[in-house]
Write a protein that binds this ligand. Structure first.
Ligand SMILES: [Zn+2]
Ligand SMILES: [Zn+2]
Length: 420
């Protein structure tokens, strides 16, 4: 083979079968699960006006300052490929005047210009849900439970759920002041980014991966120490319900999430299967975001799960030897019409069927059937055409037998079932 002239951009992925199918199956499992909790799908554009993300994620967040794919279109509009799902959903819900409360889920790619590493890509799959107009702590607990149920359904056994509360408009200022004072005393130990964060958004220092910063904030005042009575009660009820549901969780004081819009409950799913880069996704409450978009005062909570990381952590089921595909083989040109007709009939009955129109010889057609990993071949020759029968060959066992035209569909189904 000559040298390839094109390759995919850094940080992107190709999904060839069966990886593409595994990905679709996981998405389908998420859709089904979300629907059983009353969520319905929302589909929003892959790009939005840049302001949608700057306004919501926060001008000082890493996503906005460093990771967005922002571009001008040919008319000079400032647009951004979505780095996350929530802002677009909130924008769409308000723009379309969707009735509240409403439960929505989404499935689709997001884009961030970050350093590619294991399970982290510049184009990545996200699975998200948003419960808009629900204020109570039981919704928080149910959503946390839903995400954990999804990972369990993928067979991820070592998924840990971490939870925290970062307070509300009432109690956050007192924590922020205490944290600011604490950080100012240790300013020399902080990285340049964190020194700027002290004034702009001190909470973000908890997110910093730099070791000296992590050391510096070890004994820092935590948001939970400053919760107002209402936030305290809310969080206690979330935990009580997680206990009632039998969901094991860990409290994590550092869990502040990298986005400005969160309040009260925050949570994250981590897996040891992924090594140091261990987050599978997470979410939290964002009771003020709709208001900031010019909408009504609406409490809300949601999560976003990383599809790529989930699939990396999930055990890979062995690919079946044979696919549920019937290959219709013709012996001479005179049977092509009949082969085509039979394939169409099988398809109409819901059985995937294929015909090789190019191979002039039976041997070539069988080769194609094998490359496609077909489960069986249905052979039509001059004799079969006269007798009104087909020869059905099981490609797993090599066994071949005659079946009459009126039972061929049932026989193929039976063969698929036998091959499992
Ligand atoms: Zn509060
Ligand atoms: Zn830092």
């Amino acid at each position: 083979m000559s040298e390839l002239k094109q390759s995919r951009p850094k940080g992107t992925q190709d999904f060839v079968p069966p990886d593409s199918e595994r990905r679709r199956q996981a998405e389908a499992a998420f859709r089904r699960l979300a629907e059983t909790y009353g969520y319905r799908e929302i589909i929003t554009p892959t790009f939005e006006h840049t302001t949608v993300f700057v306004k919501s994620s926060g001008e000082t967040s890493d996503i906005v300052t460093k990771e967005m794919y922002t571009f001008k279109d040919r008319a000079g509009r400032d647009l951004t490929l979505r780095p996350e799902g929530t802002p677009g959903v909130v924008r769409a819900v308000l723009e379309n005047r969707v009735r509240m409360p409403c439960r929505l889920f989404y499935v689709g790619p997001c884009f961030r210009y970050s350093r590619p590493q294991k399970g982290r890509y510049r184009e990545f799959g996200q699975l998200g849900i948003e419960a808009l107009g629900e204020a109570g702590p039981l919704t928080d607990a149910e959503i946390i439970f839903l995400g954990s149920t999804f990972f369990a359904s993928l067979g991820i056994r070592d998924c840990t759920t971490q939870v925290n509360s970062i307070g509300c408009r009432e109690c956050r200022p007192s924590h922020r002041d205490a944290l600011r004072r604490f950080l100012l005393d240790r300013k020399e130990q902080l990285c340049d980014d964190c020194q700027l964060r002290i004034e702009r958004n001190p909470l973000r220092v908890f997110d910093c991966k730099v070791e000296t910063c992590r050391q510096a904030v070890r004994d820092a005042p935590t948001p939970r120490q400053y919760l107002c009575p209402a936030c305290k009660t809310h969080f206690e009820q979330v935990l009580a319900d997680l206990n009632r549901r039998g969901l094991r969780y860990e409290l994590n004081d550092r869990l502040v999430r990298g986005l400005d819009y969160y309040c009260r409950t925050t949570f994250e799913y981590v897996s040891a299967a992924l090594g140091a880069q261990d987050s599978l996704g997470g979410g939290g409450r964002y009771d003020y975001l709709l208001e900031e978009f010019g909408g009504p005062d609406t409490p809300a909570i949601g999560f976003a799960l990383g599809l790529d990381r989930a699939l990396l952590a999930a055990p890979v089921a062995p690919v079946p030897e044979r696919r549920n595909l019937a290959f219709v083989v013709w012996l001479t040109d005179a049977e092509i019409g009949a082969a085509e007709k039979l394939a169409d009939r099988l398809r109409a009955d819901g059985i995937p069927a294929q015909v090789d129109y190019d191979a002039r010889k039976v041997k070539g057609q069988f080769k194609t059937a094998d490359a496609a990993r077909a489960a069986c071949c249905i052979i039509i020759g001059p004799d079969e055409l006269i007798k009104g029968v087909y020869s059905l060959k099981d490609l797993a066992t090599g066994e071949q037998r005659e079946v009459s035209a009126d039972v061929v569909t049932a026989e193929v189904r039976k063969l698929f079932a036998e091959q499992g």
